[in-house]
Design a protein around this ligand. Structure first.
Ligand code: ADP
Length: 387
């Protein structure tokens, strides 16, 4: 797996049970996956020699992020490496403009968008839309970096001019009036099998996913089925191998629009580790190894995942002690920590709460969010005192 982040760490965890060893290409021995895999290659994902070294003898080569340049992946394929997902699929998770163009050609619903060559192009598109727009870097964005909102044409022009002045390619699209964000997570194997998990709601703050509710509350069955079918169709049409996350907007009038694609395990699927018969990490491995896919059914009517995001000030209490206190209060909390140093806003781990039969959503959400906040802040949101 290229990249030694938390996704590789959790994929390795699933690999152990399948009798596999995940070799990781990590930048630093302290990277989350490098800490736990016995088979680490140190190097950069932009260094062809390092990519070759990690691929030698591997059954398949897959990813924890989408930052490997397409040219290098093409060279690996030419050298006989089984790259999964293949570069011609992965590029749709790397290049937002190409993704929008391909999805339009496939008649998949996307926000109205345009390419931008000059700042005037951005202003002209915003005028034509007659509403707020979003300017996005075509490549390299994640967690909301490289996504800027413009209220009017003048602002769109300014933002585009700044990026283009720095030589950064950008695109523009309408700002969608949405009810909420959803994610349709599916997997596809080279054999052609597909599997879809229940569609979830993702909650973002400052462009970062903070919470996932599985399944998406009050989602009309027809819309949920349409999102799953869209995910499976895109996985098939694009030739994806592994997990595909289709990030969706549910518009205020109840339609679906595709925001982004990710071809790897995804934050919107962390709930599956405890809330589904097959976790997304195991499923990604099954798909990449061309095994039959696992059952995607939920284990409970409701599961909530809350991200542990670094507090503005690192608490004096050790993480170990925080975990100890959390377990004292919430025996049902399933904690997944990534072994990262604490830094404000950084994704340090997540907590899953699998709802008990009859437990209402508000209670499950409150418990998940309270647990995650406690783990990063050493502070109970309701002032509870464990002593
Ligand atoms: P990243 O690659 O950084 O994850 P995204 O394209 O997913 O960037 O955008 C990050 C967030 O910005 C989205 O989750 C959504 O909240 C908001 N956003 C992105 N595009 C639009 C849009 N067209 N309309 C409204 N909000 C948007």
């Amino acid at each position: 797996m290229i990249g030694g982040g938390q996704l590789a760490r959790m994929t390795h965890q699933a690999a152990i049970a399948l009798g596999q060893t995940l070799r990781v290409l990590a930048v630093d021995p302290a990277d989350p996956a490098a800490q736990v895999s016995p088979d680490v290659v140190l190097g950069s994902h932009t260094d062809f020699e390092a990519l070759q070294r990690v691929a030698t003898g591997a059954t398949a080569l897959t990813f924890d992020h989408e930052h490997v340049p397409t040219e290098l992946l093409d060279k690996l394929v030419a050298a006989g490496v089984n790259v999964a997902p293949p570069p011609e699929a992965l590029v749709h998770a790397q290049d937002k403009l190409l993704m929008r163009q391909r999805l339009s050609a496939l008649n998949a619903p996307v926000p109205r968008f345009a390419t931008i060559e000059t700042a005037d192009d951005a202003a002209a598109f915003a005028e034509q839309i007659g509403g707020p727009t979003v300017i996005k870097t075509v490549r390299g964005g994640y967690d909301g970096r490289g996504v800027l909102m413009a209220d009017d044409a003048a602002e769109a022009r300014d933002i585009a001019a700044r990026y283009l002045g720095d030589g950064v390619p950008v695109m523009i699209e309408e700002r969608v009036a949405m009810r909420r964000e959803l994610s349709a997570l599916v997997a596809r194997s080279p054999f052609g099998q597909g599997a879809a998990w229940p569609v979830v709601e993702t909650v973002q703050r400052n462009g970062i996913c903070v919470e996932v509710i599985a399944p998406a509350p009050d989602l009309p069955a027809t819309l949920g089925a349409a999102a799953q079918e869209l995910g499976l169709r895109l996985a098939h049409e694009l030739g994806v191998v592994g997990v595909l996350a289709v990030e969706l907007f549910e518009t205020i009038d109840g339609a679906l629009l595709v925001n982004e694609l990710a071809m790897r395990p995804h934050n919107s699927g962390h709930w599956t580790m405890d809330g589904s018969v097959t976790s997304q990490f195991e499923q990604h491995l099954r798909a990449v190894l061309d095994y039959p896919l696992g059952d995607t059914a939920a284990r409970a009517p409701l599961t909530v995942m809350s991200n542990v995001l670094g507090a503005p000030e690192i608490p004096a209490m050790s993480v170990d002690e925080r975990v100890h206190h959390l377990f004292g209060r919430m025996p049902e909390a399933k904690v997944h920590l990534y072994g990262k140093g604490e830094r404000a806003g950084r994704k340090l781990g997540h907590v899953n709460i699998v709802g008990a039969p009859g437990q209402d959503l508000a209670t499950i959400r409150e418990r998940a969010n309270r647990a995650a906040h406690w783990l990063s802040h050493a502070e109970w949101t309701d002032g509870w005192d464990g002593h």
